[in-house]
Design a protein around this ligand. Structure first.
Ligand SMILES: C[S@@+](CC[C@H](N)C(=O)[O-])C[C@H]1O[C@@H](n2cnc3c(N)ncnc32)[C@H](O)[C@@H]1O
Length: 296
């Protein structure tokens, strides 16, 4: 069970402090976190981080830090809820999206960033693939879902995870030479603020045929996903690739896929029952991976 973060001012009683898992980690001195409340740099303390204004943030037992101020949450538990996170972990670990993980790994190995950030990282499957490809890289993951970050930090202790919103990221300007966004919302201004001048941004979106067979069983009319997407403001496209492959998850895995996506909200009970009894569910996957750099 993770330790809930409490932001508190110097002199106030600190609650729920835990031994900091990276106490002997020299990188910790240079971590690019900034205070989500006053935006001053966060400095390492014995059990978390603090800024010069006196805001303090404890580290959870799993090693992540919660940097989403309560007044910036739009709900009690924003982001993917526990059931979705568990379903995503099971589905991804069954290897159905391995070709995408391999592709991201190759890109990370090729770019060899000194620092990378996966925004909307979920339970960390793709963050781990990116980090594994380039062991010298300092790797960070951020998600608004505490459930997801808890699970990510527990499984991947060498990656630094935090709970925060992609629309107001608690990092210093130009801190990352690679930012990756796989199926998550974000703000263009934050992407441009955080990427280093020579850094790159990778955005993964669904291609036209992605999960078409599943969508045909849910919706009366199915249109191909739109293949065209415009560059985030301030960026220019430098590379675009498409990966298509076929998968055949079991019925239980297909149910996990439904649960981890918004499709699940539209699927009927009849469809869910039918899927549960199918040995295999043949599906097309189709990913578009676009690489950007800042406009010069
Ligand atoms: C479709 S999942 C993708 C997770 C992961 N990137 C992957 O591909 O496995 C979208 C993720 O974005 C997170 N998310 C949604 N809104 C967010 C926001 N404003 N800031 C940060 N994360 C957000 C959700 O909690 C969820 O984990």
């Amino acid at each position: 069970m993770g330790i809930a973060l409490t932001a508190y001012r110097q002199g106030e009683k600190r609650v729920n402090s835990a031994p900091f898992p990276f106490d002997d980690d020299p990188i910790r001195l240079h971590m690019p976190y900034r205070c989500p409340l006053c935006r001053l740099p966060l400095h390492p303390l014995s059990a978390g981080w603090g800024c010069q204004s006196g805001h303090r943030f404890d580290c959870a037992r799993e090693g992540y830090v919660h940097l989403l101020p309560p007044n910036r949450k739009h709900s009690k538990a924003p982001g993917d809820e526990k059931g979705m996170v568990q379903a995503r972990r099971r589905f991804l670990e069954a290897g159905h999206y391995q070709p995408l993980a391999n592709h991201l790994k190759q890109q990370s190995a090729h770019l060899a960033p000194s620092r990378l950030l996966d925004i909307g990282c979920g339970e960390g499957y793709f963050t781990a693939a990116l980090a594994e490809a380039s062991p010298a890289t300092e790797s960070y993951g951020v998600d608004i879902s505490k459930n997801a970050v808890q699970k990510a930090a527990k499984r991947y202790p060498k990656i630094r995870f935090c709970v925060a919103s992609n629309h107001d990221l608690p990092f210093e300007d130009h801190a990352f030479d690679l930012i990756v966004r796989t199926y998550a919302p974000s703000s263009d201004a934050e992407l441009a603020r955080l990427v280093s001048p020579d850094g790159q941004l990778i955005i993964v979106t669904p291609g036209p045929h992605h999960l078409r067979e599943l969508r045909e069983r849910i919706y009366q009319q199915v249109n191909d996903h739109d293949e065209t997407s415009s560059a985030p403001t301030g960026f220019m496209l430098i590379d675009s690739q498409r990966i298509e492959h076929h998968i055949a998850p079991s019925g239980a895995e297909a149910l996990d896929l439904l649960t981890m996506t918004p499709f699940g909200w539209h699927a009927s009970i009849e469809l869910k029952n039918a899927l549960a009894n199918e040995a295999q569910v043949p599906l097309s996957t189709d990913f578009i991976i676009q690489r950007y750099q800042l406009q010069r």
